[in-house]
Design a protein around this ligand. Structure first.
Ligand code: GTQ
Length: 218
């Protein structure tokens, strides 16, 4: 049975424009049997005139998602889920779990007293704290307390774990990671911390105190 063949012809000088003939079609079948193909059938597809996005425009409103995010607290534990997150799934990028382009986005929620185990991976993360109190993250032994409007970076391959102190309130933050990009590079490694949590090796909030002030030297 002849499979569906691609031939992305363009009637433009300098672009591939080869008409199908029975002889060529037989030739393409022959190449396909060798796991090969004729570039001119796909050249115009793989070298578009300008960048093409698979992403489609989507607006995710916090007021629409918030209740669904909070509902996940009743449905799964961080122990079982690893991370309790509702991710933003662009209909044009669901194959790579991207919110847009090569960027992953999600809304993570934790209740007071909960901790999510420590891990590290090749993808880097940024986090915006949206609401709640008592949240913290530990990045390579540096514990940082997090409140609404705080922003925290988790560089690639740093150990990280999140939690909310028992005295806090339910916390929601937005995660952004380059997971789809790193996967596209086929470069993503993932490790669970051998102790599932890190020893805090520095004064709490030392990073904020060191870098979150004026006074960088020339
Ligand atoms: O906190 O490390 O939303 O690895 C998705 C994957 C958060 C995280 C996400 C992750 C993380």
């Amino acid at each position: 049975m002849a499979q569906e063949r691609e031939n992305h012809r363009e009637d433009v000088v300098g672009r591939a424009n080869v008409e199908d003939t029975p002889e060529l079609l037989a030739y393409y079948d022959e190449l396909a049997r060798h796991k090969a193909g004729a570039l001119w059938t796909v050249a115009n597809k793989i070298e578009p005139w300008e960048p093409k996005s698979q992403s489609v425009p989507v607006v995710w409103r916090y007021r629409d998602l918030r209740a669904h995010v909070l509902r996940s607290v009743e449905l799964v534990t961080p122990e079982k889920a690893g991370r309790r997150v509702v991710y933003l799934n662009n209909p044009g990028r669901s194959d790579v779990a991207a919110a847009v382009g090569w960027i992953y986005g999600g809304l993570q929620v934790m209740n007071p007293g909960e901790v999510a185990s420590a891990h590290r991976h090749s993808a880097s993360a940024i986090r915006f704290i949206i609401e709640g109190s008592g949240a913290y993250t530990v990045v390579d032994g540096h514990k940082m307390t997090l409140g609404a409007n705080d922003f925290v970076l988790t560089p690639n391959d740093t150990w990280h774990e999140h939690g909310v102190e028992a005295t806090g309130s339910p916390c929601i933050w937005q995660d952004g990671l380059d997971i789809p990009f790193v996967n596209a590079m086929e470069a993503n490694f993932y490790e669970v911390h051998p102790d599932l949590s890190q020893a805090v090796g520095y004064a709490v909030d030392d990073m904020t105190k060191t870098w979150g002030n004026a006074g960088l030297r020339p």
